[in-house]
Design a protein around this ligand. Structure first.
Ligand code: NAP
Length: 295
């Protein structure tokens, strides 16, 4: 049981954690911090949190667990500002989408208390943002990846694992670097491609006509381009090495497709399409597959 939980950034991810723990009866009091008065009022009115704080110092002062769910670009500044105000026994954890960046920021900001930091990432989400997007079953049957480092206190790790277990999530552990490469491949690159394709089509003079004929395949592929631009800007800028490596590989493979089409090389195209189809069919046609998409 958590006595006092501070949610820093009461949006989809932090708000849903609060609601899931309340529903499971695993938290006594949740205090929420957001910068905007209307967001704080909404979080309170919807019962996403029990009280709100207007400063980070007030939010974390007597919190036992502090969950950071602000955009990636705000993680470092938030950690620096709250660090002097946390109890030495408090456990700090996060839901940020790229781990090396947050781990480096926490190591610097928390200094001697860094062992109390447990990096994490729930692989669950929707395209919606803010407290009104939060719901208590977001994490049910989804995966949460914890990326502890050598210094991480095992008791803090066990506590954070138990917290996520209570939401109905399946909790896994991964190295920080491995997490960032895997998520760049499965989530970050696909989002960049979806934003790019929809953005490219939207600039065409015949955009209205093109989109009018958009069928199921385009809708499926483009759905993630409805995600929050600030969140995705921040993910691109904070997991840049892994994303750039994949983009380079993607450029090379796209060039090969371009060449094959120019040269009418149907054999190359069918080989490549068959390989991709086999890979997808074997992975996603399984019954009872855990929906593991980030959005
Ligand atoms: P969200 O719904 O937009 O919520 C973000 C919250 O952070 C809001 O309460 C916002 O309120 C606050 N905030 C924004 N900028 C801030 C700043 N500079 N300083 C302090 N607070 C700030 O976002 P979310 O989808 O919950 O995402 C939160 C985190 O979870 C991100 O790091 C994201 O990468 C990660 N994540 C997201 C998903 C997903 O699919 N959405 C999945 C897994 C992980 P104010 O603007 O009022 O301050």
């Amino acid at each position: 049981m958590i006595n006092k939980l501070a949610i820093i950034g009461v949006g989809l991810i932090g708000g849903s954690l609060s609601l899931a723990l309340k529903k499971a009866g695993k938290v006594n009091h949740v205090i929420g911090f957001s910068r905007t008065e209307s967001v704080r009022a909404q979080a309170l009115a919807l019962g996403v949190v029990d009280s709100v704080a207007t400063t980070l110092a007030e939010a974390v002062a007597d919190a036992d667990v502090i969950f950071l769910s602000v955009p990636m670009g705000a993680m470092s500044a938030v950690l620096v500002e709250l660090a002097p105000h946390i109890k030495p026994t408090a456990i700090v954890t996060d839901g940020g989408s790229a781990k090396a960046h947050v781990v480096a920021a926490a190591r610097q900001a928390l200094a001697d208390n860094f062992s109390q930091f447990v990096p994490g990432h729930p692989i669950a989400g929707t395209e919606r943002s803010g407290p009104s997007a939060a719901f208590d079953s977001l994490y049910q049957d989804h995966r949460v990846v914890l990326t502890p480092v050598a210094e991480t206190n095992p008791d803090a790790l066990a506590m954070v694992k138990a917290m996520w277990d209570a939401t109905g999530a399946e909790v896994l552990q991964m190295d920080v670097e491995h997490h960032d490469v895997v998520l760049a491949a499965t989530s970050h690159l696909p989002h960049v491609l979806a934003f790019n394709l929809v953005g490219m089509l939207a600039q065409r003079d015949d955009c209205e006509d093109v989109l009018r004929y958009a069928a199921g395949g385009f809708r499926d592929f483009s759905r993630i381009a409805s995600s929050d631009p600030v969140m995705w800007r921040d993910i691109c800028l904070t997991n840049s090495d892994a994303i750039l490596n994949l983009l380079e590989q993607y450029h090379q493979d796209l060039n090969k497709i371009e060449q094959a089409i120019k040269q009418q090389d149907g054999e190359y195209l069918i080989g490549m399409f068959e390989q991709a189809k086999r890979a997808r069919d074997s992975r996603f046609n399984e019954p009872n597959l855990v929906d593991n998409s980030e959005v």
